[in-house]
Design a protein around this ligand. Structure first.
Ligand code: AKG
Ligand code: FE2
Length: 280
């Protein structure tokens, strides 16, 4: 397929649908266009792709260096690919709440490329929220309030030895010994790819503001979270066989809906490496 036909159609709420592209045949130039599109729109969606695990790895390497997630079980045949899996028997899914991946790292992952491998007959959509727009639509007073704040992010309450996943039927995700130290990022960052301001806190991993207790931090944190999950700035992506999503963790949040109990769902995820984040 001719790669020069890449078109990005902005979607209501968040992200863009990419058309005229075969992800198994991307060259350097097209990879550059995809990166620019990703940084502008926050998440790109693709339909009707045929992407082998090897194609998936090749595509990821053209976009950014791969960052292997230390919590998710890897597929033994392709150690760079994390399995995002829920069996027909399990009740808990992975990513079933608003979050952005790896914000607990000093150099948070830039994004992910998620490929649908086995889908339930219906349900299992993923929501994406636009964090550029979340920042832009804050009132001026709140913008001033958050301008110089920094926030502490951590993962132990989720993936640690005593983390949330231990209480679920996905206990493999909560393993001792790989806990991460907390890390601190500005609340408003300058997106390293687009130069735009982004609201960079998320309900999954942001614990508190630097210099304040969690209790002191919660009123403002909850206000920012409620603002950021406004349906006006959210897009709901319905997966089909052949669907692929490529998202930027700095510019979006995501939420995997868990409404398909009794059915199997398997996605392959490759995490793309990122960099330390600077204040806007
Ligand atoms: O399964 C999904 O749709 C997304 C799960 C998730 O949060 C992730 O892969 O980072
Ligand atoms: Fe996630």
């Amino acid at each position: 397929m001719l790669q020069t036909t890449l078109r990005l159609r902005a979607l209501p709420g968040c992200g863009a649908m990419a058309e005229g592209i075969d992800l198994a045949a991307v060259d350097r130039e097209t990879a550059g266009a995809l990166r620019r599109g990703l940084f502008e729109h926050g998440v790109l969606f693709f339909r009707d792709q045929t992407l082998s695990p090897e194609d998936h790895i090749r595509l990821a390497e053209l976009i950014a260096p791969i960052d292997v997630n230390r919590f998710f079980p890897a597929d033994s045949r392709w150690p760079m690919i994390a399995k995002v899996e829920k069996t027909a028997e399990q009740q808990t899914n992975i990513g079933g709440g608003w979050h952005t991946d790896h914000s607990y790292d000093v150099a948070p992952a830039m994004g992910s490329i998620l490929v649908a491998r086995e889908l339930p007959p219906s349900g299992g959509d993923t929501l994406f929220a636009d964090m550029y727009a979340a920042y832009e639509t804050l009132d001026e007073e709140t913008k001033r309030e958050v301008a110089t704040l920094r926030a502490v992010h951590g993962s132990d309450h989720v993936f640690g030895e005593k983390g949330a996943y231990t209480q679920t039927d996905q206990p493999a995700l909560a393993r001792g010994g790989i806990e991460t130290p907390e890390s601190v990022h500005p609340v408003v960052i300058r997106h390293p790819g687009s130069g735009k301001k982004v609201l960079y806190v998320n309900p999954g991993f942001t614990l508190r503001f630097e210099g304040r207790t969690r209790e002191e931090s919660l009123p403002l944190l909850m206000k920012l979270f409620a603002h950021a999950m406004d349906p006006a700035r959210v897009y709901r992506f319905a997966w089909r066989p052949g669907s692929v999503a490529m998202w930027d963790n700095r510019a979006t949040w995501h939420f995997a809906l868990n409404d398909y109990h009794g059915h199997y769902r398997l996605m392959h995820r490759i995490t793309l490496g990122g960099e330390p984040l600077q204040a806007a």
